[in-house]
Write a protein that binds this ligand. Sequence first.
Ligand code: SF4
Length: 422
Amino acid sequence: MSVCTTAPSATAPDIIRQRGQREVFCGLTGIVWLHRRIQDAFFLVVGSRTCAHLVQSAAGVMIFAEPRFATAIIEERDLAGRADLDDELDRVVTRLIERRPDIKLLFLVGSCPSEVIKLDLTRAAARLDERFGRLPRILAYSGSGIETTFTEGEDACLEALVPTLADAGSTTSLMVVGAVADIVEDQFRRLFTAIGIERVDFLPARHAGAMPAVGPHTKFILAQPFLAATARALHERGARRIAAPYPLGAEGTRLWIEAAAAAFGIDPARTESVLALPARRATESLAAVRAKLAGRKIFFFPDSQLEIPLARFLARECGVELVEVGTPFLHRDLMDAELALLPFATQLSEGQDVERQLDRCRAEQPDLVICGLGLANPLEAEGIATKWSIELVFSPIHGFEQAADLANLFARPLARRALLSV
Ligand code: SF4
């Protein structure tokens, strides 16, 4: 094993459900945005050279002073069983912690090579956590690409954090769950404070020492739709989820904040008075982009699990025609509020048989396809404009002030293709 440090509703009448070949990234990708969010965390991938290459290329843009992720590569000698992997892992972690006292939270991130699966990383993390006296905290989660999709990396990471959160006792609080950009956190915090919700926490917090407490008086609201396991773990700690659409676009953000306000018994008139101005500004800023998107046909391949909220935003606020909205998994309880807002008879699909889905896509000749990187290049070569869904997770897209930027992420590939056609 060696360390390779990388530089820095109407619901649809039918849902197509398919299982077959899929084109998705694995959960290791989440490290790219999680390491930006939790600023004193370190992500140590335990994997193969493939894993190292994936993380390095996915995060290729981040070359800052000190890298905060690395890969402990399982070498061939390990595969032949000639090394005690637990000892190797302990050695690598010890060296890392000695060299990097700034690390306050260390995640051992599992992957899918068979030798890694055999390693009990959760037990290893508990052993090391104990040995280092919880300084730093050492946790484990899996970023494996077997039967998962890339945003599940964040879900698994946050799920691993939940048991470590302090007990909130009788303190009442709102917890916003899901990694959002710092600027988005600041905006939401200002709005919730103005509405009158006194205690607002974010999971994950920006620093390991600032993770929120949780308890029976915690009400949590998801900022990201792909956090089913985290939501379950919070339920087990006694917290209760506030059901709402997701804060994408002016409408989604308004409904999301209104749902939180209602759960805290805030007078709707007060909420309205706080939201009126930012909501109007967001709607006005969207108008210019709407003109570029209205009437365009958009096809979503299943990838990020953001597809349904994004489709709702594009249809209702940008006038887009939805051809098919694919999602890797349909968590009904987390999506109910979104499904109710989708245009009637929107064609949903869950799971993927990529060739058959490509056939449907080609037959419809959409103006824009939202998909993973693996499909984007061939579709572009066929003359179909594409948008990489992964960019939507890397970019600040939540909240009123980002609504027009979000719409622009879809308008830009259309403008680029129009230029190419000229
Ligand atoms: Fe590939 Fe699995 Fe490593 Fe992801 S975790 S890079 S899918 S080997």
